[in-house]
Design a protein around this ligand. Structure first.
Ligand SMILES: [Zn+2]
Length: 259
């Protein structure tokens, strides 16, 4: 399969996974089951037809409204479907599998990206980084680290310790700003990006978080002392490094030797 075709195929898989991630983000924060009831309109309860379950296409065909009652379907549905599709396509483009090991790596990285998408949504919408997401995610991350073998697996585990350790330090020094969910998430990001990737992920997280916090403060949409959830920024850092970590590390060393 050509690389472009693979990226398109994997992107379509990603859109379907994004559709599932929407269900996860809808149901887990309220303690609901993922399996039942089948997908339905939250307003009128009408069960969705198979033709209404096609990622991205259904949303656009229905113009973002329920077929029965006309209630708007949150735009997040579309953003998560299209966004996960794009992330999967990028992952296939960046990590074209040449072997069984390559396929395992692409599947694992895609799962990690999916976790980061769910965490971003639940943290923005509910201020929650759920244990029901993070514990399985940490389990998959640990399996991924072990599969990497020696010594790369050890760098992954060390990355997890560094990620969690940095947030633990902040939790101890600046009480109130962050939570244990952030610690588990940073540990997960470290586990899947490893050393030195986790350092770049944390850098992206804190810089992007600072920029957004500053912009919200300047535009008067938030007051000084309001806290911004860290999860989406940690997820952004993890996503950037999962997809472009090697580029970042090479650019950093080129810059370091040049300076
Ligand atoms: Zn409806």
């Amino acid at each position: 399969m050509s690389h472009a075709l693979l990226a398109i195929f994997w992107g379509l898989m990603g859109a379907a996974v994004g559709s599932f991630l929407n269900v996860v983000a809808d149901r887990l924060p309220t303690g609901g089951s993922l399996l039942s009831p089948p997908s339905h309109c939250p307003h009128c309860g009408t069960q969705l037809r198979p033709a209404e379950l096609v990622p991205v296409v259904s949303y656009l065909a229905l113009r973002g409204r329920c077929r029965s009652c006309g209630a708007p379907i949150g735009r997040r549905t579309l953003i998560v479907e299209a966004g996960t599709g794009l992330l999967f396509a990028l992952a296939a483009h960046r990590l074209p599998p040449m072997s069984l090991r390559g396929w395992i790596e692409l599947i694992l990285v895609s799962m990690y990206l999916g976790v980061l998408v769910v965490v971003t949504v639940t943290d923005i919408e509910h201020g929650l980084i759920l244990n029901r997401v993070m514990y399985p995610a940490l389990g998959i991350g640990a399996v991924g680290a072990v599969l990497m073998g020696w010594p790369e697996g050890a760098y992954r585990l060390a990355g997890g310790a560094v990620g969690a350790g940095v947030i633990l330090l902040i939790l101890l020094l600046v009480p109130g700003g962050m939570g244990w969910g952030d610690l588990r998430l940073a540990g997960f990001v470290g586990l899947v990006t490893g050393l030195p990737g986790v350092l770049f992920a944390l850098f992206v997280a804190f810089v992007s978080g600072g920029v957004v916090a500053g912009a919200l403060l300047a535009s008067g949409r938030r007051r000084r002392g309001d806290t911004l959830p860290l999860g989406p920024f940690l997820a952004l850092g993890g996503t950037v490094v999962l997809l472009y970590g090697d580029v970042l590390v090479r650019a950093f060393w080129a810059l370091a030797t040049w300076v």
